[in-house]
Design a binder for this molecule. Structure first.
Ligand SMILES: [Zn+2]
Length: 323
């Protein structure tokens, strides 16, 4: 979860890399957007407060950039700030939004832009509600409520730093979050999971758009990017926390998972031991595990284990990547 120190650090020393970038000419943006959305997003305009019904909208769902469609906020992070502009306490991913020092109008503020397409969104202030303490003060015309029904998939295939790094790069995947599933203890921490005593597997929880990438595609990629034939082990990582597992969210996912395991068996020299289990609970891992690879690319484990895997993955699944 981002806090004000992160915001200042990004504004001072540079923003995290986005999942993808979108660039268009001024004429293209002008043709695509309404006059007001163009004025706000491309010319750093500000809409009149209380001018949009979005302020009073609190139904579940997601908000994306009006220019490029990148998901920016989850409705669960939206709150009533009384300012007349839609307000959020946290972006949907740590790299969705870019931050810039803004010294216009005799004030020093932090401007926020879409990290994918550079659309001006609004500003962020350190007077939001706990726990982040942030208030993203947004122009409603810079956002659109996403109507597509996203689906959730949960997989374990060894160390989640690896699996998360790969799935984040797939087109249609809106987020991949590292965490723990399938154990007996509530709210486990990394140390407990690592010593294998809680029964949890290291997993990633993927939010995806099934009109862009199917559950079957995700399963095939999952099985082809780890070793599903070694019981409770991936390479040097041994223990039930590294088991190969698919936690299914409904009967359809369960059926597709069984079909995919059967269909892919001939590609492996040993029996697939991947477990198919009903999803019960997902516990998000500690913040420092999220987007671990991209934030720690220079670390030994990333260079030795993850980078080569990621290179192979990018080669094999190039057609399915966002960039
Ligand atoms: Zn954008």
């Amino acid at each position: 979860m981002l806090n004000w120190n992160d915001v200042i650090r990004f504004a001072d020393t540079g923003n995290p890399a986005p999942e993808r970038t979108v660039r268009k000419t001024d004429a293209e943006w002008r043709a695509q957007l309404s006059a007001e959305a163009y004025h706000v997003t491309r010319n750093k305009g500000t809409e009149r407060p209380f001018s949009s019904g979005m302020c009073n909208l609190f139904e579940p769902g997601l908000y994306s950039c009006v220019c490029c469609g990148t998901l920016l906020f989850d409705a669960s992070e939206k709150f009533e700030s009384g300012t007349g502009w839609p307000s959020f306490t946290q972006p949907v991913t740590p790299n969705a939004i870019a931050y810039h020092a803004d010294r216009s109008h005799g004030m020093t503020r932090v401007e926020t832009t879409c990290n994918t397409c550079e659309a001006h969104l609004g500003h962020v202030f350190p007077d939001g509600p706990a726990p982040s303490g942030l208030r993203y003060c947004m122009n409603a015309v810079a956002l659109q409520k996403v109507t597509v029904e996203l689906e959730t998939a949960t997989f374990g295939g060894g160390c989640f730093w690896c699996t998360e790094a790969m799935f984040r790069e797939l087109a249609g995947v809106h987020s991949a979050v590292s965490g723990y599933s399938g154990g007996q203890v509530d709210n486990p921490n990394y140390r407990q999971v690592c010593n294998g005593s809680t029964g949890h597997a290291e997993v990633i929880q993927v939010l995806f758009d099934p009109t862009v990438i199917s559950y079957r595609d995700l399963l095939e990629i999952h099985l082809e990017t780890h070793d599903p034939t070694t019981l409770n082990r991936q390479g040097a990582d041994k223990g039930t926390q590294y088991r190969s597992v698919i936690f299914t969210h409904d009967a359809t996912q369960k059926q597709v998972a069984a079909e995919v395991l059967k269909a892919l068996q001939p590609e492996f020299n040993a029996p697939i031991v991947t477990e198919i289990a009903d999803f019960t609970q997902f516990y998000q891992a500690e913040d420092y595990h999220q987007d671990y690879y991209n934030l720690n690319e220079g670390a030994g484990y990333c260079q030795i284990v993850i980078s080569p895997k990621l290179r192979k993955f990018r080669e094999k699944f190039r057609a399915k990547l966002t960039k």
